[in-house]
Design a binder for this molecule. Structure first.
Ligand SMILES: Cc1cc2nc3c(=O)[nH]c(=O)nc-3n(C[C@H](O)[C@H](O)[C@H](O)COP(=O)(O)OP(=O)(O)OC[C@H]3O[C@@H](n4cnc5c(N)ncnc54)[C@H](O)[C@@H]3O)c2cc1C
Length: 375
């Protein structure tokens, strides 16, 4: 698909360009399309999104229901994980130190990131340009010209930077907005749940999200047991798994830079070699080449910037530690709020964007601070 579009935006309706086809950008695209607004998503990557567990709650549930066509929302629910019932803290010998019962009435479930992203992109084939990186923009009173890495341009009424923690749109729009390295590193891995592995699952791990504390390192675990297999709905096959993440301050790990999946997996095993044998067995049975490293980064609250035809959502403006379990929830919430703002805007989009950004700064940065405390 050529990225050069010379046609001016249709005066009858808005045309919105979205940088980034991650969770927030795709949810926004679904919502805008449902509201009858023309949308084009530019996604830098061409490949498959990584599949790992995300916990979503009422905030994401309401946003997805508002933005997705009913059939796709039902698909999210059908392919979600079995709900957990509690949050437990265990010692490295797997003694229960603390257990909090979940609220059975609240919407709280796990989803596989790859499956969710596949559902969010359903029906948008003609609206997503893959392998298409946004490098900058020129915004004026009448519209925005989006610049792409292939030299092409795209003219729109509004540009939304949904391009994640290293957002090119944020760097150009609010260059003063810092993203800090918190100094925490997390080695994530996936262990497929076959019968042998299930035999090593202590009761607390079957019961919900678990944090195992062991001196200077911590291990978080969560199951994804699909209510119905994604393949039954024509989605990419995905099997049940245990996701785990071993976290510590940078100086508590050996040098991690440059380590591939096998090297990271070996570090995780070494760091837990004196832990309960079930933990060792669960990490030992992981799919080594799906091990990856996250350098935990966090945004910092900034004062209001001048509203314009360019705005931001999700990690692009409020990146936060995964410890809060909120980043995706809030990105989806942003998408629903921005859909509502733009669909009620009429020709005056900037006041609508200003109102969206006012509330975004409140709840978004509050979530960043909560995640920092929890991390
Ligand atoms: C291991 C892990 C576990 C997590 N667990 C949870 C959880 O349980 N619950 C929760 O709520 N959150 C969780 N999070 C956080 C959550 O994943 C993020 O907050 C969420 O993905 C943010 O969505 P987003 O759309 O803003 O950004 P992303 O999902 O990061 O999407 C950004 C997209 O933009 C694309 N892109 C980047 N630059 C450009 C460019 N210049 N041009 C075009 N495209 C570009 C990227 O390829 C990407 O597809 C977790 C994060 C990690 C890493």
């Amino acid at each position: 698909m050529s990225s050069d579009v010379t046609r001016a935006p249709a005066s009858a309706g808005l045309r919105v360009a979205v940088a980034g086809g991650g969770l927030g950008g795709l949810c926004l695209a679904q919502g805008l399309r449902r509201a009858g607004i023309e949308v084009r998503v530019f996604e830098r990557s061409a490949g498959r999104p990584q599949g790992y567990r995300l916990h979503i709650d009422t905030r994401a549930g309401q946003a997805l229901e508002a933005c997705l066509p009913p059939g796709l929302f039902e698909l999210v629910l059908a392919t979600a994980g079995q709900p957990g019932h509690a949050f437990s803290v265990l010692s490295r010998r797997l003694r229960v130190r603390h257990r909090t019962q979940g609220d059975p009435a609240a919407f709280s479930t796990s989803v596989d990131r790859g499956t969710l992203r596949e559902i969010l992109s359903r029906g948008l084939d003609d609206a997503i340009s893959y392998d298409s990186e946004v490098t900058g923009f020129e915004a004026g009173a009448d519209g925005v010209t989006v610049r792409l890495a292939d030299g092409g341009t795209f003219r729109a009424d509004v540009l939304v930077g949904a391009d994640g923690v290293h957002s090119a749109v944020r760097r150009a729009l609010v260059p003063s907005a810092p993203v800090e390295d918190t100094g925490t590193r997390v080695i994530y891995g996936k262990t497929p749940l076959d019968d042998a592995v299930r035999a090593h699952l202590p009761p607390a791990l079957r019961d919900g999200f678990v944090a195992i504390v062991g001196g200077h390192v911590g291990l978080a675990t969560g199951l994804v047991e699909f209510r119905q297999p994604p393949a039954e709905f024509g989605l990419r096959p995905a099997a049940d798994y245990l996701m785990w993440g071993l976290s510590a301050r940078l100086d508590r790990f050996p040098p991690l830079d440059g380590l591939g999946p096998a090297g990271l997996h070996a570090v995780a095993r070494r760091k837990t070699r004196f832990w309960h044998r079930d933990v060792r067995a669960l990490l030992g049975a992981a799919t080594t080449d799906e091990t990856f490293l996250v350098r935990v980064r966090s945004s910092v609250r900034i004062p209001a910037w001048l509203p314009s035809r360019v705005t931001l959502l999700g990690d692009a403006i409020h990146a936060m530690s995964p410890a809060g379990g909120s980043g995706a929830n809030i990105a989806l919430m942003d998408a629903a709020n921005l859909t509502a703002a733009l669909s009620g805007a009429g020709p005056e989009v900037v006041p609508a964007i200003a109102a969206y950004e006012r509330s975004l700064r409140d709840y978004g940065f509050a979530a960043v601070e909560a995640a920092r405390r929890r991390g």
